[in-house]
Ligand binder design. Structure first.
Ligand code: URA
Length: 208
C-alpha cells in the first residue's frame, strides 16, 4: 500500500473544522494551509541528507543538510493553490510548478490548459498538491504529464481522499507515495467525496 494516512490529533481537529459548513472562507484557507504544512513535514521525512562542515560560535562540526536539488511543489489548479503557502512555510526555497487540467469535450481525456515547470525536473523530488482526491482522474493525469516530463520521484499530498481515488492512483502509479489527512467513505453520483467538505476550490476562493 502506497498510502499514508496522517494520524495526528491536531490534523483531525483541523479537518473537522474544515468539514463544517459554517467555517468561513478566511478560516478555511488558514486551516488548509496549516494542514498542508503538517502533511509536508510527514512527506519529507525520508529526504536524503548530506554532511556539511560548519563552524558554530565554539568549534567546527559536521552538520547535516538536505542533499540534491531543491524540491518542486506542483499545485493542481485551482484548489491545489490553497495548499501551496502551507508547504512553502516548511520548504521556503522549493521551486513551484503549476498545472491546470481540463477535459477534452470530444475525447474526454484530460488536457493541460496550463503547464509551467522549473528546469531539471528529472533531478528533483516533486510534491503534487491537490486537496481532494476524489476519482483520482486529475491527479493521475497530472502525474502522467510530470512523468512524461522526466519526473522520477513524485509524492501526492491530499487533505481528503475517497477510496476510489486512492485505488486509482495506487493502480496507475504504484511508484507514487500518497499522503492524505483523512480517508473518507465514498464518492457520490456527482463525484463529490462523502462526508467530505464540499467543493474545496469554492470554499478556498469564496466563489459560491
Ligand atoms: N473536489 C472537491 O472540491 N470536492 C469533492 O468532494 C470532490 C472533488
Amino acid at each position: 500500500m502506497n498510502t499514508t494516512i496522517l494520524s495526528h490529533p491536531i490534523i483531525s481537529h483541523k479537518v473537522t473544522l474544515l468539514r463544517k459548513t459554517d467555517t468561513a472562507s478566511k478560516d478555511f484557507r488558514i486551516l488548509v494551509s496549516e494542514i498542508a504544512t503538517m502533511m509536508a513535514y510527514e512527506a519529507t521525512r525520508d529526504l536524503e541528507l548530506q554532511d556539511v562542515s560548519i563552524t558554530t560560535p565554539l568549534q567546527q562540526m559536521t552538520g547535516k543538510e538536505i542533499a540534491g536539488k531543491k524540491l518542486v511543489l506542483v499545485p493542481i489548479l485551482r484548489a491545489g493553490l490553497g495548499m501551496l503557502d502551507g508547504v512553502l512555510t516548511l520548504l521556503p526555497s522549493a521551486r513551484v510548478g503549476h498545472i491546470g487540467l481540463a477535459r477534452d469535450h470530444e475525447t474526454l481525456q484530460p488536457i493541460k490548459y496550463y503547464y509551467n515547470m522549473p528546469k531539471e525536473l528529472d533531478k528533483r523530488d516533486v510534491l503534487v498538491l491537490d486537496p481532494m482526491l476524489a476519482t483520482g482522474g486529475s491527479a493521475s493525469a497530472a502525474i502522467d504529464f510530470l512523468k512524461a516530463d522526466g519526473c522520477k520521484r513524485i509524492k501526492l499530498l491530499c487533505v481528503l481522499g475517497a477510496p476510489e481515488g486512492v485505488a486509482r492512483i495506487e493502480k496507475d502509479h504504484p511508484d507514487v507515495q500518497i499522503y492524505i489527512a483523512e480517508l473518507d467513505e465514498r464518492l457520490n453520483e456527482h463525484g463529490y467525496i462523502l462526508p467530505g467538505l464540499g467543493d474545496a476550490g469554492d470554499r478556498i476562493f469564496a466563489t459560491k
